[in-house]
Design a protein around this ligand. Structure first.
Ligand code: BES
Ligand code: ZN
Length: 409
């Protein structure tokens, strides 16, 4: 019986998990997704709800369960093994708890602080730049990106569109007077690469304003084949970033650096952004603010209604969004929640950086066609609505990168 079980495990191409289960340890301390730990009935010894992380001491059996679940939902290892940390000792528990608490405290401080709400004076140059956003450009970018059969990170050619994107960026930036750098970023959790464009700041280049969205797509439908055009999710946000870059790169050099990201493997568990945000934190990079654009062309809650996701995002930037809206956009903002780390902003938020996630609609009114072969430009696609997110991104880049504003803590 024991032999048969072993054989089954191996046949199910779970040789790796099986190996792990045979690992000779009795228990080990880990950090894992809180939802996963709860779903698997693994006792959570400490947790931080605001970042969705839990601490547990697991047995080899529990490890196997976590790995199997992670595999199913497309995550990498499924947990962070604290025994592999440098200088691991029993005290690690205490330091781990304090780091969770530190993130939570940072994120809470702004809520409690008696600051006046952010306000923005209208700036003529920014207003003119906002006026340069063109719906037609968005349509062309989305048409191009959604013409790839898939942009899936586990596809047979996961960098086909990524390499093509680099060429397009070179053309787009050729006439810019701002020093810039285009990079393809390798990852260990996926063979797909993320794309980064850095516009180097003039006087405070080490202070960074980040604007990003995921470039990959996925097909999760039954019998839908492997087609994943991902027009709304997330060619739309990717197009917003390209249009923003086109405009901003033709203006004067910003004081702070502005970095644009098109992340890899978001649909398989925020893979690219998780690695990038972790690396930035390790390198102690001073990221002032992070804007995430993921799905902007389906106005499910009405045209010019922005769903402001309030989980895994920062109060300071919620106030900032309201100020930008009053001064430049004049849209309607509805607060809503994803309920989980639903996009790449969560990767940055988990590393303690301030984030904002303005969404095309509310969760209950979201696009029913995402993750299917039908996520294409159709009669619901609204580029005027989508253009609003590029306008917001233009303000985010031009205003924040020329100011000393920071999350006040
Ligand atoms: N764009 C979606 C997230 C989304 C969908 C937000 C609908 C709001 C409404 C994103 O690309 C996605 O699908 N994320 C995954 C989570 C990730 C951790 C695999 C998801 O929501 O399942
Ligand atoms: Zn998405």
């Amino acid at each position: 019986m024991k032999i048969a079980m072993t054989a089954l495990l191996l046949i199910a191409s779970q040789a790796q998990a099986h190996e792990a289960a045979l690992e000779t340890f009795t228990t080990k301390p880990i950090l894992a997704d809180l939802a996963d730990l709860k779903a698997l009935d693994i006792p959570v010894l400490a947790k931080e709800e605001s970042v969705g992380v839990g601490y547990a001491i697991i047995t080899p059996e529990m490890q196997l369960k976590i790995q199997q679940r992670a595999h199913k939902v497309g995550k990498c290892g499924g947990f962070e093994d604290l025994t592999t940390e440098k200088n691991f000792q029993a005290v690690n528990f205490t330091s781990m708890l304090s780091s969770l608490a530190e993130i939570k405290a940072k994120n809470d401080l702004y809520d409690r602080a008696p600051f006046a709400a952010v306000s923005l004076e209208k700036n003529a140059q920014i207003e003119a730049a906002v006026g340069e956003v063109k719906e037609q450009n968005l349509r062309e970018w989305v048409t191009w990106l959604s013409s790839y059969p898939t942009r899936y990170n586990r596809g047979s050619n996961p960098n086909l569109h990524v390499d093509a994107m680099k060429v397009r960026l070179q053309t787009l930036l050729a006439s810019s007077n701002i020093p810039y750098e285009i990079s393809l970023i390798d990852h260990s959790s996926t063979p797909q690469k993320s794309v980064r464009v850095r516009l180097t700041g003039s006087t405070r280049p080490n202070e960074v304003v980040v604007l990003g969205g995921h470039l990959d797509s996925i097909n999760q439908g039954w019998g839908g084949g492997q087609q994943a055009p991902g027009a709304d999710d997330n060619a739309s946000g990717s197009a917003n970033l390209l249009e923003t870059l086109r405009i901003v790169s033709q203006k004067g050099q910003p004081q702070r650096s502005v970095e644009f990201f098109w992340y890899a493997g978001e649909e398989s568990g925020l893979l690219g952004s998780a690695e990038i945000a972790k690396a930035y934190k390790n390198e102690k990079r001073d990221v002032v603010a992070v804007l995430q654009l993921d799905m902007t062309s389906y106005p499910g809650a009405g045209e010019f209604v922005i769903g402001n996701m309030t989980d895994f995002t920062s109060k300071w930037l919620h106030d900032y969004l309201r100020a930008v809206n009053e001064t430049y956009l004049h849209a309607r903002i509805v607060d809503d929640q994803c309920g989980y780390g639903c996009s790449d902003h969560a990767s940055w938020f988990r590393q303690g950086y301030p984030t904002l996630m303005p969404f095309e609609a509310t969760m209950r009114a979201d696009n029913p066609l995402i993750h299917t072969a039908k996520d294409m430009i159709n009669d619901k696609t609204n580029f005027a609505h989508s253009a609003m997110y590029s306008k917001l991104a233009v303000v985010f880049a031009m205003d924040l990168a020329n100011s000393t504003a920071r999350q006040p803590y």
